[in-house]
Structures are given as C-alpha cells and as structure tokens.
Design a protein around this ligand. Sequence first.
Ligand code: ADP
Ligand code: MG
Length: 159
Amino acid sequence: MARVVNILKIAAVGPSVAETRTWLTRAMGDDHTGYLMSAGHSVPLTEIAALLTSELVTNSIRHSRSGEGGFVQITMIDSPSDPLARNGPTLRVAVRDDGGTTLPELRAPEDDEEGGRGLFIVDAYATRWGSGSYGGATVTWFELEYRHLPLALFGARSA
Ligand SMILES: Nc1ncnc2c1ncn2[C@@H]1O[C@H](COP(=O)(O)OP(=O)(O)O)[C@@H](O)[C@H]1O
Ligand SMILES: [Mg+2]
C-alpha cells in the first residue's frame, strides 16, 4: 500500500476550520477503518485527526500573520505500517502558516484561564507532535499511529 498525500491551501478565516475537517475526512477515504487507542477505548482515527487539525488551523488563524488576510496550508500524509521500524500505519498532518511573534508552545491548562488548551489536546492524543520555523513560516505537525480494526472486534482484553 502506497503513501497517500493530500494538500489543502485555505484562506485563514474562521469558516475554513470546518472546511478543513470535511476535506480531511474525505481525503482519508477508505482508511476510515483506522482506530486509535485512548483511555482503554478504540476511537475512530478520523475524529481525532479532525479535532487536532482543527486546533492547529485555529491557532494559525489566531496566532500567525496568516490571519491578516493570508493562507494556511495543510498537508496530510497517510503511510502504511513499516515492519522494519515496527510501527503501525501512521497519519501525519502538518499545518503551515506565515509565522508570527510567538511560536507554538504547550501550556498547562489552568482552571481559571480562558483558552490555552489546543496544544494540550494535541499533546494528549498525538503519538508525536512538534513545530518548527522555516524562513518566515511556522509549521506545526502531529502524527497518529493507528490500527485498522477496533480492538473491540477481538473481544475483551485486560492489558
Ligand atoms: N501557529 C502558531 N503561531 C504562533 N504562535 C502559536 C501558534 N500556535 C500556537 N501558538 C502559541 O502557543 C500558545 C498555545 O496554543 P494553544 O494551546 O492552542 O492555546 P490558545 O490558542 O488557546 O492560546 C498560543 O497562545 C500561542 O501563543
Ligand atoms: Mg489554540
């Protein structure tokens, strides 16, 4: 099975977040059968992928220069499992914006503080995530290593 690569360039405005979710779900197509483990349950890959992508796109709109009439580019790469590296199939999403005065920074959510939870959610679900500056641009990315079947199909498991 080959890698599937999809790229979306979208105006950095609020409604683009929902549009990105639709695009991502469609782009994953037949791989809707992917599942992630979370808190002992198998959850559909597309739901978590859409949630995390929404957070990154929202950040690019709110915190980068793209929000001043620019664009955000989203790249989605779905790679099959690599037996040599012993990893499962992996979905990688990278969100590129025009950079800003801050960089993506994980902040512990505080009860009395508005916001500051987007990257916390990304950190909680992603197998790996990170960010970097490239010229004037900021790229924030995450990877979700998943499996093709929900564990529930194999019956109850203890560990
Ligand atoms: N694409 C980005 N460009 C610049 N700064 C960012 C970007 N994404 C996140 N940040 C910084 O990281 C902080 C934490 O992001 P997040 O956890 O999503 O919280 P929130 O967006 O609610 O502030 C933001 O407040 C911002 O300072
Ligand atoms: Mg945010």
